[in-house]
Ligand binder design. Structure first.
Ligand code: PLP
Length: 418
């Protein structure tokens, strides 16, 4: 459930007409709803009521906007970060360092030092090599790094190949068969204190079965590690829960997910950690755009909007679907191709889509754009970086300025020998 709905024939974000945001901030612009963010944060937590000891870390990469992070910090969420930059954002939003989990296959020495100096809560180690580097870095600082070992359970998440992370040939984590040996060797090093294992098999999961298969393997591994004398106090189950991008998507509810986790982790006697991203922010954001013109096509007309693949990359990257709706629909429908202005055919949001009738100058939204939207924006075609707005009841604020092409150009220099 979200708070983007029609009131007297006009799309609103909570109590703010989207047309007002377009008038005052311009388009394209991401619009987030605070009430939706908070609702999703609470629904996810409530779904996990059956899990006694838990820690929730919002996956910052899905939406790193400071205001969004602040809202989620206010709901008791920590952060899952994958770079020093994300870590600094989480800290700036008021998330305690101890509530931050640092994931990712390519943490550099400098990032490790930075995170340790800030007092990061946990590193999720993705290889033996990384664990050895972390131990050295921490030891040299006179510190001990808390860490968990990320396991690649070789489970097919049944999602798009580019967002699957738990198959043996994906770059993430270490295989189940080598996990215990690596765990043993790393646990003998000074500077690192292993406290558990982590798993994250992919994103936009629409079935609980792969998660159950992965968690069951993790449960066996935890028992095995304990049998070898290791104290396992934390198990990180990652994120990955899908959201409905279109009507026939039927993702598991947070309640169903929570029931599964409660059942599978019963008796694990550890803090169970979660790293939800998409399920918290996906439906809490829309991309508001204006139709530039409608150009005739062979079969269907091309609706050319002022948002493009540099603002919302998911359709170009993952063939992703985003519902498209007019801000002031007149009740009629048309079949159209929806495209942006970028000079690439991959700048296509939809082909042959049945949509509200729109004409040049009309406003429209792409729904479910709160996750992996603005965060992937680029300035490709020298279009500038898209703005972001947060709505709260009847008020709204710009929470990320539009960065103009001129500002981007100002960061470049031509050497004087040219
Ligand atoms: C991306 C990511 C997440 C979040 O995934 P969602 O599908 O957005 O919930 C969680 N954990 C790790 C390690 C990730 O890389």
């Amino acid at each position: 459930m979200d708070h983007f709905s029609l009131v007297d024939g006009q799309l609103f974000a909570e109590k703010v007409p989207l047309s007002r945001i377009a008038d005052e901030v311009g388009t394209p612009v991401y619009v987030y709803s605070r009430a939706t963010l908070e609702r999703h944060a609470d629904v996810f937590r409530d779904g996990l009521a059956g899990v006694e000891r838990k820690h929730l870390a919002f996956a910052v990469k899905s939406n790193p906007n400071l205001a969004v992070l602040k809202v989620l910090a206010g709901r008791g969420y920590g952060a899952d970060v994958v770079s020093a930059g994300e870590m600094d954002r989480a800290l700036a939003a008021g998330i305690a360092a101890g509530d931050i989990v640092f994931s990712g296959v390519g943490k550099t020495e400098a990032e490790m030092r930075h995170a340790l100096a800030q007092g990061v809560g946990q590193f999720n180690i993705e290889s033996e090599e990384e664990g050895r580097m972390l131990a050295e870095v921490a030891n040299a600082m006179g510190l001990t790094a808390s860490a968990s070992l990320r396991i690649n359970p070789d489970v097919d998440a049944g999602t798009h190949a580019k967002i699957s992370t738990g198959k043996a040939d994906n770059k993430f984590g270490v295989g189940l068969h080598v996990g215990p040996g690596i765990y043993q060797r790393l646990s003998e090093l000074p500077g690192i204190a292993l406290r558990g294992v982590a798993v994250h098999i992919g994103s936009q999961l629409l079935s609980l079965d792969p998660l159950e298969a992965a968690f069951a393997k993790i449960g066996e591994l935890v028992a095995h590690l304990r049998g070898a004398g290791h104290a396992i106090t934390h198990v990180d189950l990652g994120g990955g829960l899908g959201v409905p991008y279109q009507a026939d998507n039927d993702p598991p509810s947070p309640a169903d997910y929570g029931a599964l986790v409660a059942r599978v982790t019963k008796g694990w006697d550890a803090v169970i950690q979660f790293e939800p991203g998409r399920v918290i922010v996906g439906n809490a954001g829309v991309l508001l755009t204006r139709v530039i013109r409608v150009k005739p096509g062979i079969h269907d007309p091309f609706v050319v909007v002022d948002a493009a693949m540099n603002d919302l990359a998911r359709p170009a990257l993952y063939d992703a679907w985003h519902d498209f709706e007019a801000v002031a629909p007149d009740g009629t429908r048309m079949s159209a191709n929806i495209v942006g202005p970028i000079c690439e055919s991959s700048d296509t949001f939809a082909m042959g889509r049945d949509i509200d009738t729109v004409a040049a100058g009309d406003l429209a939204i792409f729904r479910t754009a709160g996750a992996y939207g603005a965060t992937m924006a680029s300035s490709y075609n020298s279009r500038g970086i898209v703005a972001e707005v947060l709505v709260d009841g009847d008020r709204f604020a710009v929470v990320a300025n539009r960065i103009s092409p001129a500002e981007i150009m100002a960061a470049e220099q031509v050497p004087d020998w040219l």
